[in-house]
Design a protein around this ligand. Structure first.
Ligand SMILES: *Cc1c(COP(=O)(O)O)cnc(C)c1O
Length: 452
């Protein structure tokens, strides 16, 4: 009998997160102040984020960071997540490759986001915060944070990108069910929102606009901290639980990945599955190939520039060193809402620059074709974001078919698509299309990036 699913016992769960910054040959460049261009310390960020998250953000020293017992206790409700050998997908493709996926969709929130929502809410709570605020695109992060806030006794206010609020109404309902207040962004409830609407009354919203509004609320409300579901280093740190479990589970399967693949919005699920394995490339001479799959309509990794840029539309955040399309870039309204962000996290940006990993870009139609094949073979309907990782995996598995190589491919299934069925409806009805970004468009938005 061929074993298909690999799970860890509760007492085998990792008790520390892995911080790749400690092992990186070239450390990420620091965030800097937009006016003075001085590097920022954790104290400079602590009026916005929980202090412990700020310390983790800039920690280039400690490779292993203890997971607080209260967070581990919540992780035990749904972890470990299964590592699965995708025999049926392999067979449908006729590939000699061994395809594994880590199934982060099997928790009640439906995506990996809960792995960082829990510690962020916990750290906010123990330093005396009463309220948390955040932005959300497709709503997975907002839903995860709303739940985490509730179980740690905090009030949550979520700004959701207006266009996705309309595309995915059930996620707003999930957030409200967990007790959060949800507002479509851009809104008239903040200065930033009013400015954006004044300039463009039909602005569909973006993660950039929603971040501006949430940061403004956090900085103008007492006892309120801002939390972020992706991009930042401490988020990738919390997500390392995915790769650390996968490392043990791959051992149970008796294999080691030649390739690790994940979809890419800001880099948290990618970093989560990839960094614990990349550690062995850095320290032990392993040669695993790391691939981040982004939508070709928002191609910061493959066509962006490495620059200091703002993390949000209004320019409230520090300047971050990132591969960016420009903070005012307006991505097409693709259904993978979680991948519509203009920039890449600081760690990933440095790793791309250093040739430790690479990006590939996937057209929307190819992503849904991949998601449909995965649904019809493995029986799981993937989130539109995760479909990009599956499409990149299928490309590599098809290459193995040509060369006859039995490569071991591991990808992260970042979430399920059961709240995204209108996207599948549009695809099945033939209403979806690809969006290409002309070079001139990218150049236009890069002009708004500050000169440093
Ligand atoms: C948010 C999200 C993403 C993209 O964010 P990353 O930080 O790049 O992981 C991908 N998949 C799902 C299901 C998401 O919810």
């Amino acid at each position: 009998m061929k074993q298909k699913r690999f799970l860890l016992q509760e007492n085998e769960l990792p008790t520390q997160w892995y911080n790749i910054q400690a092992d990186m040959v070239n450390k990420p460049m620091p965030p800097i102040h937009p006016a003075t261009h001085e590097p920022l310390g954790w104290e400079d960020l602590a009026h916005i984020f929980p202090a412990e998250c700020c310390k983790q953000e800039l920690d280039t020293e400690h490779a292993w960071i203890d997971i607080p017992e209260e967070v581990l206790d919540k992780y035990r409700y749904y972890r470990s997540t299964p590592l699965v050998r995708a025999y049926a997908l392999e067979e449908a493709l006729g590939t000699p490759a061994h395809i594994y996926f880590k199934n982060e969709s099997v928790n009640p929130l439906g995506s990996h986001k809960i792995n960082s929502a829990l510690p962020q809410a916990y750290y906010a709570k123990i330093e005396g915060t009463t309220n948390v605020t955040t932005e959300t695109g497709a709503g997975q992060w907002g839903a995860a944070l709303s739940y985490a806030a509730k179980i740690f006794g905090l009030e949550a206010a979520v700004y959701q990108v207006k266009i996705t609020m309309q595309q995915k109404p059930y996620r707003s309902l999930m957030m409200r069910t967990f007790g959060a207040a949800v507002t479509g962004s851009p809104s008239m409830s903040t200065r930033a929102g009013k400015d954006i609407i004044t300039k463009d009354p039909t602005h569909p919203g973006s993660l950039g606009t929603a971040i501006s509004e949430a940061v403004e609320l956090a900085t103008t409300t007492p006892n309120c901290k801002y939390t972020l579901g992706s991009v930042l280093n401490h988020v990738a740190l919390h997500q390392s639980i995915i790769g650390l479990e996968a490392e043990k589970q791959m051992q149970m399967a008796g294999e080691y990945p030649d390739m690790v693949i994940a979809c890419f919005g800001g880099g948290s699920n990618f970093g989560g599955i990839a960094f614990p394995f990349m550690r062995h490339n850095i320290l032990d001479g392993k040669q695993t190939d790391f691939i981040a799959a982004e939508p070709n309509s928002c191609p910061k990794l493959t066509r962006g520039e490495f620059r200091y840029d703002f993390g949000d539309e209004a320019g409230y955040t520090p300047l971050l060193p990132m591969y960016t399309l420009g903070h005012s870039f307006k991505p097409a309204n693709i259904h993978a809402g979680g991948l519509r962000y203009h920039g890449a996290g600081m760690i990933v940006s440095q790793l791309i620059k250093d040739g430790m990993m690479r990006g590939v870009d996937i057209p929307q139609m190819e992503s849904f074709e991949a998601g449909i094949l995965f649904s019809r073979t493995e029986g799981i309907i993937p989130a539109p974001e995760s479909c990009h990782a599956i499409a990149a995996t299928i490309r590599e598995a098809n290459k193995c078919k040509e060369t006859g190589e039995e490569k071991v491919i591991l990808f992260n299934l970042s979430g399920h698509g059961l709240i995204d069925m209108p996207s599948y409806d549009a695809y099945l009805n033939g209403d979806l299309r690809n969006y290409d970004v002309p070079d001139a468009e990218i150049q236009k938005f890069l002009k708004d990036v500050p000169q440093v």
